[in-house]
Design a binder for this molecule. Structure first.
Ligand SMILES: NC(=O)c1ccc[n+]([C@@H]2O[C@H](COP(=O)([O-])OP(=O)(O)OC[C@H]3O[C@@H](n4cnc5c(N)ncnc54)[C@H](O)[C@@H]3O)[C@@H](O)[C@H]2O)c1
Length: 475
């Protein structure tokens, strides 16, 4: 390229870039701007939710910056590495190399973003009440960097009112305003920045429904905020579903998770009755599921696990107290689901008892510590409670999990001395009981039953095993 031409080219490009920069700085980001191309998107919290979201936006050509407090994650991402089993490193590398994605722990970079999406944790505290410190910290980190006509979206699961009552006042402290308004009269209400809530519906490990196939619910603080967020999300999902407020959008996510929590509790209770009545709950559920309308199957298990279902319903019961309202379904479901690991321990005790053994002193091998099959996530996993309860009753307990070669110290548990035992025939045969807590697909259940002395199965994982069924105790 001749030198003069190169200079012209660079100059023109710089002019174009400066033009766009000015456009951003001069508050020209109308709601329609976010339906456009080349948006600068910041994702705060590069975990199970934030990272896939970041990559999806990069996939469609936006420039994405991941923000995380965890420097080791930031370094790994910039080196094109993955720390989540189902997210391929190649995908991260491709976007890093194409400069579509980078990560940082420097929150001043937020100033350069057109849109900022918040995907930080929302756990429960020691008293099982909402712990919104991560959301609050994040809002405080955005506030000094907030720009006119920036779009901020909270994705973290939380109780109705969080965006309006917690996030909005923090963001408005710097002087920019985003008035709460809805209805046709507020369609074009003046707003200094846009704020919305859009719940994440990520189902890690789900091969049928990825982010792109799952419709996204969006509610704005005011109609322009709703439109801005819709324009952005419409670029990455098949369908965007608008609701009238951030509070409605927050409640949608809780309804979805409470629906699961309550239905799982119901089948967990019916399972215990079926066991007493000598009925196979799995056969009953599968047969009921042949009804083409009005029934949706839920399956029993050793207890609730994962970051969402055991946690989120309590966000609503906590908020409901402000309205003198008792969320009885949530409480009852919580009671039944919390009881499940104790039910499993009793089942192990009576299965061993039938073989003249006690839990105390027995060698037990627990299969699967992940909270569900084929994922590398053990948050709130009932297996951890089982490890605690069985160890407490004097069992010599080991575990196997292909996704967890070793256990580390966690908030509520410390099994840092435990390492996954190899699943050889001799190892399996050495235990008094094999307890199936998570039904990973990679397990060879024929071989496990063939070699084990006793198998307690909480997941119906051994349903296809033909030989040695007398050794299997459904639970
Ligand atoms: N995991 C799921 O399947 C799932 C599904 C739907 C909704 N959600 C919701 O999404 C939210 C995030 O969940 P997750 O599973 O991705 O959590 P995660 O723990 O996997 O990731 C959260 C990330 O945020 C980072 N972080 C924490 N505080 C931060 C801060 N102040 N600034 C920047 N980064 C910070 C952490 O280092 C971590 O990398 C939660 O509200 C959760 O309920 C999760």
């Amino acid at each position: 390229m001749p030198f003069a031409f190169l200079l012209c080219f660079l100059f023109a490009n710089r002019k174009k870039r400066n033009g766009r920069e000015r456009e951003r700085m001069s508050t020209e980001r109308k709601p329609e701007f976010f339906a456009g191309k080349g948006i600068q998107i910041g994702i705060i919290g590069c975990g199970y939710v934030g990272l896939p979201l970041a990559l999806r936006f990069a996939d469609v050509g936006h420039r994405v910056t991941g923000f995380d407090l965890d420097q080791s994650k930031v370094d790994k991402l910039n080196a094109g590495q993955s720390y989540i089993q189902h997210i391929p490193a190649a995908k991260i590398k491709e976007h890093v190399q194409a400069k579509h994605f980078s990560a940082t722990s420097d929150f001043s970079v937020l100033k350069q973003m057109d849109a900022v999406l918040i995907c930080v944790p929302t756990p429960l505290d020691e008293r099982r009440e909402p712990d919104l410190t991560y959301v609050e910290q994040t809002a405080k980190a955005i506030a000094p960097n907030l720009q006119r006509s920036q779009l901020i979206v909270l994705e973290s699961t939380t109780y109705p009112g969080t965006t309006e009552e917690l996030v909005l006042p923090i963001l408005e402290k710097g002087g920019l305003k985003c008035p709460i308004a809805r209805g046709p009269a507020a369609e074009n209400i003046a707003t200094d920045f846009y704020l919305a809530f859009s719940p994440e519906r990520e189902d890690p490990g789900n091969k049928q429904y990825g982010l792109a196939q799952i419709p996204k619910v969006v509610g704005g603080i005011n109609p322009p905020s709703g439109r801005a967020a819709m324009g952005l999300y419409a670029q990455i999902v098949s369908r965007v579903v608008p609701v009238t407020s951030t509070r409605a959008a927050e409640m949608v996510k809780l309804l979805e998770n409470i629906f699961r929590c309550v239905n799982i509790a119901m089948v967990n209770e019916l399972k215990q009755l079926c066991l007493r009545m000598d009925l196979d709950i799995w056969e009953v559920i599968d047969s009921a599921a042949t009804k083409p309308f009005g029934f949706m199957p839920f399956y029993p298990g050793p207890g609730l696990g994962g970051h969402c279902i055991p946690v989120d319903p309590y966000y609503l019961s906590w908020k409901a107290r402000e309205y003198d309202f008792a969320t009885r379904f949530i409480e009852l479901a919580g009671e039944i689901n919390t009881e499940m690991p104790y039910h499993v321990v009793n089942a192990v005790a009576s299965a061993l008892n039938d073989r003249q053994k006690s839990i105390k002193g027995s060698k037990i091998l627990l299969l699967g510590v992940a909270y569900k099959k084929d994922v590398d996530d053990l948050r709130e996993s009932p297996s951890l409670k089982l490890l605690e309860l069985l160890t407490g009753r004097g069992a010599n307990l080991d575990y196997n999990d292909p996704y967890f070669p070793a256990l580390h110290k966690m908030r509520h548990y410390d099994f840092s001395n435990k390492r996954s035992v190899e699943l050889t025939p001799a190892n399996v045969a050495a235990y008094d009981c094999v307890l199936i807590a998570t039904d990973h697909s990679s397990y060879d259940y024929d071989a496990i039953v063939n070699n084990a002395k006793l198998v307690v199965d909480t997941r119906n994982a051994t349903r296809r095993v033909k030989q040695g069924r007398e050794k299997i105790v459904p639970c």
